[in-house]
Design a binder for this molecule. Structure first.
Ligand code: AMP
Length: 501
């Protein structure tokens, strides 16, 4: 395999979107999405994909890889032919939906029609859309195969395939489905494989189904980690670990965070514990229905949910682009998952914070993080029980005072009851009971506006500094294949190619 590593290239300025030769209607959609300039992976992929080359792209999650294949593909579709021309396979429903949404966002104005096929819901809706005619199909392998077998998804016109998070698709057991799909795609001319890692199991697929692929390595796992402060708190072995979590959440006070647990049961008890203490926490694990998963993700993305307690279902691919913090309530058993979970924060050009709660059993894992990924956890002092309770009380009192200051009208009778309570010999227990009922109805989290401005109370050290991105190398001439459309609409300098093998 002839690997090319764009990180080794001298940094050259990245081209603008217009310089890549992107059509005006797509430029408008890009600008509406708020993207000012191409990210390295987008600059590197544009030329080769537009040229019809097979590509193997090693790219970390959160690097902008979705738009990296969408933008050139939008220039290759034959919009006048309403039949599937591109298939994108993704390992989870959430990721498939996300890719689909990005297609709709960037493709508006082009006449693009697409459908997202995934299990759990909406079979009829998917059928309707397929019948009306689509250019692009995005889906999870199981459901895509299902539609193919029922002949509701006609694959004759599919000329290109994207395997997104390919390593993850294999590791969750989709290899057989992928092979069947590849076998069924008789008109396939271009395969684009995106993966954070390239395990041996992928090599077979690459050599069997990809012709003279361009290898682009934009993985940058280390760089990713440089943008993220990795800190840790030691859990007190004599008290339940959830108390340490509460202390950490109080001390760090993140505007939003995903709390990762290794088991579903733990997510349930942690969520219940936090909610009982007045935190705005929700659960995300595979027991949830698809509709509930989507609802909770949408709340989180919109900034209406502060804490999401999740299993690793949320670790891959999911983009909550403004997430300032992840908390590893349990360190994962496989340290690669630490990197994927942590990749939920500090996305693209933002800083993030990854917090681990350590027990005595984690010593080996901490060493392995350093050895394998060069990630050193900065140990911070865990607040004492008293400090935590003070912080918790302070916050509640502040919240209540804010309500009074905001002019909340309290009926006169309540003032009288309050006086009577305070005159009782067991006033403290009675007030505690009131606090209990107050905390059982946690206030909704305010919408996040500037999450980057998150400054944890305990913040120490940290690496900081934006990671240098690799430059986009000059575009090499492509093979000239045009599976969807003859004649490129590419204009401008075409500086977006990566090095290739
Ligand atoms: P992805 O790696 O595809 O999940 O993308 C991660 C995030 O980067 C998403 O929130 C995208 O909306 C965002 N993104 C993609 N391209 C750009 C760009 N050129 N500039 C800024 N943000 C981008």
């Amino acid at each position: 395999m002839n690997d090319s590593n764009t990180n080794d290239q001298p940094l050259s300025p990245l081209p603008t979107f217009a310089e890549l030769g992107i059509d005006p209607e797509v430029l408008r959609a890009i600008s509406q999405a708020g993207y000012e300039s191409p990210l390295p992976v987008q600059a590197a992929c544009f030329g080769p994909i537009l040229d019809g080359r097979h590509v193997v792209v090693q790219s970390r999650t959160g690097s902008g890889k979705t738009a990296a294949f969408i933008l050139p593909i939008l220039h290759r579709l034959r919009y006048e032919e309403r039949r599937p021309q591109l298939l994108v396979l993704a390992p989870t429903r959430e990721l498939a939906l996300q890719v689909h949404q990005e297609f709709e966002r960037l493709g508006q104005g082009t006449g693009l029609e697409s459908v997202c096929l995934y299990g759990g819901t909406r079979f009829t809706e998917q059928l309707d859309r397929l019948r009306r005619g689509v250019h692009v199909v995005v889906g999870t392998p199981g459901r895509v195969l299902d539609h193919y077998r029922r002949r509701t998804f006609l694959v004759d016109g599919v000329a290109a395939l994207v395997l997104d998070e390919a390593d993850e698709m294999l590791s969750v057991g989709f290899e057989e489905e992928i092979r069947r799909i590849l076998h069924a795609l008789v008109g396939l001319e271009q395969v684009m494989l995106f993966s954070a890692t390239l395990p041996m199991s992928l090599q077979g697929l690459i050599s069997r189904y990809m012709r003279d692929p361009v290898f682009l390595d934009l993985s940058q796992d280390r760089v990713d980690v440089d943008r993220i402060e990795n800190v840790a708190y030691q859990a007190d072995p004599h008290v339940p670990k959830m108390r340490t979590l509460m202390a950490v959440v109080e001390a760090e006070d993140p505007p939003a965070a995903i709390i990762f647990c290794n088991r579903r049961k733990t997510t349930e008890s942690v969520t219940a514990y936090l909610r009982r203490r007045g935190f705005d926490a929700s659960l995300l694990n595979s027991d949830l229905s698809q509709a509930d998963r989507e609802a909770v993700m949408a709340r989180m993305k919109a900034g209406h949910q502060r804490l999401l307690v999740a299993t690793d279902i949320a670790a891959r691919g999911i983009d909550i682009s403004q997430l300032p913090c992840v908390i590893h309530y349990d360190l994962p058993e496989d340290m690669q998952l630490y990197v994927h979970r942590t990749g939920r924060t500090g996305r693209v050009d933002r800083h993030g914070r990854a917090i681990s709660i350590l027990t005595a059993n984690d010593n080996e894992a901490v060493k392995s993080l350093d050895r394998t990924y060069g990630i050193k956890l900065t140990l911070l002092e865990t607040p004492t029980r008293e400090e935590t309770l003070h912080m918790l009380a302070d916050r509640r009192i502040r919240e209540m005072k804010d309500k009074i200051d905001a002019g909340r009208v309290i009926p006169e009778e309540f003032q009288t009851i309050a006086q009577e309570i305070l005159a009782e010999p067991d006033a403290e227990s009675l007030v505690a009971l009131l606090v209990d009922s107050y905390l059982s109805a946690p206030p909704p989290a305010p919408a996040r506006e500037t999450p980057q401005a998150y400054h944890p109370k305990t913040r120490q050290g940290g690496t900081g500094g934006d990671a240098p991105g690799p430059g986009g190398g000059p575009a090499a001439p492509g093979s000239g294949q045009r599976p969807f459309r003859q004649g490129s609409r590419r204009r401008g300098g075409g500086r977006g190619g990566g090095r290739r093998s």
